[in-house]
Structure formats: C-alpha cells, structure tokens
Ligand binder design. Structure first.
Ligand SMILES: [Zn+2]
Length: 82
C-alpha cells in the first residue's frame, strides 16, 4: 500500500515535471525581416498581425520595416537593409 503510494507520487511528480517543462519550452518564430529566430514569449520587437497571421520581431526596427511593406518581406523580394 505505502510502496504503491510512493511509486504513484513519484510517477505523478515526474509527469508534472514533464508537463511543466513542456509549458516552459518557448516557441521560436522566424523574424520575417532579418530571418532571426525569435522567442515568441519575449519578442524584443513585439508582434505584428498580417492577414490573420502573427509575426514576431527581434527588435522594433524590424517590426517597423515589416509594417511598412509586409508583402515585400513575405514574398522574399526584400531583404534586410543595413
Ligand atoms: Zn529582426
């Protein structure tokens, strides 16, 4: 009985741990302007919605550039201008 409880609680703890690490694992999205991988939970440049899709940016500069011409960046016609 007691052993079962201990095993049960260990199993539960490991499952909870796995669930928590799954939740903590942040998603990465590609910055459409500079093609950097951006953490969606802490995108330095914020987000921009275009045609129902959310884009994430590494910095405000990329967001501003994308907002001016989303199609240009999405079609690949435009690159990052330094
Ligand atoms: Zn960028």
């Amino acid at each position: 009985m007691v052993l079962e409880q201990i095993i049960g609680s260990i199993l539960e703890a490991s499952m909870v741990g796995r669930f928590v690490s799954f939740l903590k694992k942040s998603e990465a999205a590609e910055d459409p302007v500079c093609h950097m991988q951006v953490d969606t939970k802490k995108a330095g440049g914020g987000t921009f919605e275009h045609q129902g899709k959310t884009y994430y940016f590494c910095g405000p500069g990329c967001r501003v550039a994308f907002a001016k011409d989303p199609e240009g960046y999405l079609s690949g016609k435009k690159g990052m201008k330094m």
